[in-house]
Structure formats: structure tokens, C-alpha cells
Design a protein around this ligand. Sequence first.
Ligand code: KG4
Ligand code: ZN
Length: 342
Amino acid sequence: MDEPLVLGIETSCDETGIGLVRGGRLLADVVASSVDEHARFGGVVPEVASRAHLEAMVPTLEEACRRAGVRLADVDAVAVTSGPGLAGALLVGVAAAKALALGLGVPLYAVNHLSAHVAVDVVEHGPLPEPTMALLVSGGHSNLLLVPDVTQEVRSLGATIDDAAGEAFDKVARVLGLPFPGGPHIDRAAREGSVTIDFPRGLTSGRDLERHRFDFSFSGLKTAVARWVQAREQAPVADVAASFQEAVVDVLTRKAVMACREHGVGDLMLGGGVAANSRLRALAEERCTDAGIRLRVPRPPLCTDNGAMVAALGDLMVRAGREPSSLDAPADSSMPVEQVRA
Ligand code: KG4
Ligand code: ZN
């Protein structure tokens, strides 16, 4: 009870997340998602997301306090996602966080969404080894990060040069007539199929690999799948799903392991919604074991966007004595990957 109670607020995309963490322990993690409201558009509609955050903010906050058995007045610090993300959506969270910090008279930590994805594993598997390698893959990001200290130093080794990994899953699902968001549907369909089609692995050989050693590209793959399907009267959905999925997870795990080897890092963590993918988890496990790398993957609800990750990062910052943000910290939709705090 001596340790500070940290509240975390996440509103960068379509999840309103509120988390409460004390001394590296997760007390509550409540998420209100507007994903169903976006499904018929086949992607997240920013204005719809912002309005949903506004409506969900207070009830989600109250529910998190109730589940943790704490009162708002007990909160010692407020952390919030400052960016990157959808501008209007971020603004709702940042405004709420500032109001709470000001009203409660506690410090504000306006933090980077990607660093928070990394920090969340502390509440699941304990302190992060320093450095840790992090592969973050979701509908909005695909990043390979070298993390010497998640509270203040994050180095970007590579990122997607076009579509995010989850975006590729969602677009290919659409081609195959599967619902949005497509990742879980492709994952499920793939289990019934086999890897029979050799789809391209972007940026994995020759000059491309030299110039983009730790970068990713999924847009060529997406196009290749669409062409393959269009050229056939009836595509074998399960086999296409399995072959596409294999191409994505092959590249992701290959580059992540390569990055660990080349930077002498012995620990790899996976995060983001795509880290829920069963084949990605299995192949990462296999390749890490072969390479003598320890793998950390938070449980799926902590991989997707949530408030616990923001609270987890805020908690680490408070305990490390890091400087809080100023009350005029921005909602920064294009916050640089390496900037941990605004
Ligand atoms: O982290 P997240 O909830 O939101 C952001 O995009 O930030 O990730 C959602 C993405 C979607 O693209 C979804 O299709 C993908 O994660 N996803 C998966 C799986 N579950 C979710 N992709 C592949 N396999 C899955 N099992
Ligand atoms: Zn995310």
C-alpha cells in the first residue's frame, strides 16, 4: 500500500482503456471498445472513435476504480497516451487526464503509446531485462525497437514502410470475404488449411534487405494475395489464409531474431494486437528457442490496446523518479517513436 497508485488512460484508436497499477501490480484493466461501430466501414472511423471515447470515459473510469477497490482520490499519478494515434481520439484522453491531474493535484505523465505496449509486460512477467528487443505489431504499427530503458530510452531499428501487419491481415480478410477486424478470422481459418502457396516475403533479400535490414513491407504481399484470389473462380480460403499468415509471421520472426543476434540482446517481447496470432506465437517460440533467446508475450488482452499498459509505463516512471510532463503536454498524433514522454 506504500507504493504510489497510478491511473493510466488510453484513447489513441478505438479502445477507451483505463488501467490501475500499483508497484508493478495490475489492479484493474477495463476496456470499452467501439470496434463494432466501425465494422460496417471496414476500418476505424476517427470521428466515430472520438465520440465513443467521450461517452465511455467516465463509466470506464468508474468501473476501473470499482474493480480495483480504490477511489479516484487515492490516485497518486495520472498517465495518458500522448501519441501516436488519431488526433481527435487522443485529445479526449489527454483532456481527461489533465482534468484529473489538476483536480487531484497529482503529476501527469503524457507517454508514448509504443513504449506503453512494451512496458505492459512488467505486470505480467516482472521487470524488463535491459536491454529488451520489442516487436510491436498491430493494426496501426509494425515496429522493431531496441529498448535499453523503457522509461527514457527507446531506439527504433525498423518499421513498416507501407501497411502495418494488422492492416495487411484486415485487408486480406476482406479479399477472402471474412469480417473486420480480420486477424482473428484469418488465424482461425488458417488452422483448417495448409501452407500451399509461396507468397512474397518483402524486404528479405538482396538490395532491399541491405537498405531495409529491420524494416517491413506488407503491401506487395497483400496485392499478391488479391491477384491470386482474383485469378481463381473459387479460392481455397483456408489455404490462402494459412499461406498469407505464414508469409507475415516468417518475416516478422526472422527479422526480430536477426535484430536480437546483431545487437547482442537475449530477450524479445511481442506486443500489439497481432501478437495474439497463434502462428506468430508458435514460430517466435520455435525460432527464439533455436537462437537461445528468451521470449516474452503478454496475455492477449494486454497485447491489444488497453489502459493497463499506460498505467504500467506511468508506474515505472514514477518509481524511477522520472520528471512528469507539463500540463500543456500535447495530444501528438505523430509522436516520434523514440520520444518516450511528452
Ligand atoms: O493492438 P490492436 O487492438 O489495435 C491497434 O491497431 O492498435 O490491434 C488490432 C489489430 C487488427 O488489425 C487485428 O486484425 C489484429 O490486430 N489481430 C490479429 C489477431 N488478433 C487481432 N491479427 C492476426 N491474428 C490474430 N489472432
Ligand atoms: Zn497499439
